[in-house]
Write a protein that binds this ligand. Structure first.
Ligand code: B12
Ligand code: SF4
Length: 502
């Protein structure tokens, strides 16, 4: 055991997210523990991270990063590097798509793509200081050189992996433990290629290296949920895989076994093509309470040609009809402010959501990510300002692009959900969009979203202390005023750059 190491994992979301129990880290923690290493996890929060580093004295600090969180993580890592001696390893979506971060100060190693086999190999090599710079999937900086290694094949059988180490988060952070809504993953990978997503880049990177979409067996998935259910509070299951299932045979088995072994209401994501009377019947039988489904663009041509979503209006209407008839609560995804689209197209979202009284139409304003097709489209149309704030978590507040009718689009985004619920507002919507309500539009949006999510989409009865914390965060924390201030900041930056499109 003497060579065994101490690894401190840092999550990819801030401490305010109740969904910050990062599955990537849970999987890697299980792998590291199996290798005999000591593991803890810390928040993306300086005080906590600093004291953890001081007391735990990690050999490795392993960061999981999304692009929107990379800049603060880079700063935090540099500060830690000034004070402690450790190897920094970066993984997750940002490291996968932007491995050149290896050139930044204090970044020692970057893992691209799926991490379990790669990290396990890296740890074995690093504990013996044996050619760790040659680990597949990794870009490593050593003695002033950068080593760029190829990618290994995707893991064929997700069932062969140890279960994600839920305890890593739940045993340490009481708010994550107390949250009665917990996340699980039934599959890996997505079969679609939406222009606003990195999935296409992922597929290119892994071309010839195995099937992209991999299902877990129903038995393996239920074993994991059962384990968590016996140890921690759990009232509602949230399947966060890009797609719940691929083949109806999987859903058929799931619909028989899930109610017997788990029997809790659940939420999942599926595509409109998958919704038919048979699949809805099976989902209902399984205990599906609510479903997330993408409309994505109000106009079919924009959906097909700009967003690369080959889904007709007819298919979406049919899917919403089936789900409504079955009494399954619906969460739709509606993206406003798409390059090449306009305000009239954005209004069409109401024609999809209103007839079915969709439980919560989640409206967001598009934030194109560099490296995606939709970003190229926005660049082509001169919509990207010079000081573009990419990856800002602003999709619920403002458009980072120089879009036409910006103000109307941003206000509509905040009012779609209340209009769908209180349909008498529809005739006066044009007047509502003209009012100078400022931050109030955002407050209406956020309060209504919080209410419907907690009461209708992911309903549960949390403990009083958890409820209090959520309310406190919502009212006084980042969730409310922070975002409001931050949103204003983003807007100020954008208006100061307006007209400077490339
Ligand atoms: C669940 C989820 C969330 C949850 C929880 C996030 C969390 N704590 O993990 C919530 C709702 C909070 C969320 C929010 C957002 N999300 Co999100 N989310 C996801 C989702 C659907 C699943 C993540 C997951 O658990 N995957 C399963 C695990 C096993 O895979 P993984 O995380 O990739 O980890 C593997 C590898 O990446 C690697 N790895 C990961 N970390 C590390 C670390 C080390 C050291 C190593 C060696 C390897 C390694 O090994 C892991 C195991 O194989 C993904 C899509 C997807 N399918 O991954 C999007 C995704 C991560 N989200 C994305 C985005 C854009 C967002 C938002 C910015 C959206 C928005 N505009 O608001 C916000 C950002 C929130 C914030 N400010 O922090 C993008 C990120 C793109 C990017 N370039 O960063 C993704 C990839 C979706 C997409 N396809 O575009 N998200
Ligand atoms: S369905 Fe989701 S995960 Fe799949 S390509 Fe589209 S945006 Fe990406």
């Amino acid at each position: 055991m003497e060579n065994k190491m101490k690894i401190l994992f840092v999550t990819n979301t801030t401490k305010y997210f109740s969904t910050r129990a990062t599955h990537g880290i849970m999987y890697l923690s299980a792998i590291a523990k199996n290798g005999g290493h000591q593991v803890i996890t810390s928040d993306l929060n300086m005080d906590n991270l600093f004291s953890d580093t001081e007391s735990f004295k990690p050999d490795i600090i392993a960061y999981s990063v999304m692009s929107c969180n990379y800049p603060p993580v880079q700063t935090i890592n540099s500060k830690l590097k000034e004070n402690f001696d450790f190897l920094s390893v970066f993984g997750g979506p940002h490291a996968t798509y932007f491995p050149e971060i290896i050139n930044n100060d204090g970044v020692d190693a970057v893992c691209r793509g799926e991490g379990e086999l790669a990290f396990s190999d890296f740890l074995k090599r690093y504990e013996k200081r044996n050619n760790y710079e040659k680990t597949k999937n990794f870009w490593v900086k050593k003695d002033g050189n950068v080593y760029k290694n190829p990618i290994r094949p995707l893991i064929k059988e997700i069932d062969s992996l140890p279960f994600p180490d839920h305890g890593l988060f739940y045993d340490r952070f009481w708010d994550l433990r107390e949250n009665p809504v917990k996340v699980f993953h039934s599959s890996r990978g997505c079969p679609l290629n939406c222009a606003y997503c990195h999935n296409e880049a992922f597929k290119k990177m892994y071309k010839g290296l195995g099937a992209i979409v991999r299902m877990r067996s129903v038995e393996n998935l239920l074993d994991e949920i059962e384990l968590v259910y016996t140890r921690y509070p759990l009232q509602f299951v949230r399947f966060f895989s890009d797609i719940l299932y691929l083949k109806e045979s999987w859903l058929f088995e799931f619909s028989k076994e899930y109610p017997k072994r788990i029997g809790l209401p659940f939420w999942c994501l599926i595509t409109p093509h998958q919704v038919n009377s048979r699949s809805v019947e099976l989902l209902k039988k399984a205990g599906c309470w609510s479903i997330g489904i993408g409309i994505e663009a109000g106009d079919e041509q924009i959906r097909r040609n700009i967003l690369n979503r080959p889904v007709s209006d007819k298919i979406i209407h049919a899917a919403l009809g089936h789900l409504t008839d079955a009494g399954i609560k619906i969460l739709t995804y509606n993206i406003l402010g798409i390059p090449g689209s306009n305000f009239e197209n954005d209004l069409k979202f109401l024609d999809f959501n209103m007839p079915y009284h969709v439980t919560y139409p989640m409206a967001t304003v598009l934030t194109p990510f560099p490296g995606t097709k939709v970003f190229e489209e926005a660049e082509k149309r001169n919509l990207i300002p010079e000081n573009y704030i990419s990856y800002d978590n602003s999709m619920m507040r403002v458009s980072p692009m120089n879009i036409k009718d910006r103000e109307k689009v941003e206000k509509l985004q905040k009012l779609i959900a209340v209009t769908v619920r209180f349909q008498f507002l529809r005739p006066i919507l044009p007047s509502l969009l003209k009012l100078p309500l400022g931050g109030l539009y955002w407050v209406i949006f956020k309060v209504w979203m919080g209410y419907v999510f907690s009461q209708n989409i992911f309903p549960s009865k949390p403990s009083f202390s958890f409820l209090l914390l959520t309310a406190k965060r919502f009212l006084f924390g980042f969730e409310a005023w922070g975002i409001l201030k931050e949103g204003k900041m983003v807007k100020d930056k954008i208006s100061s750059s307006a007209g400077s499109g490339k």
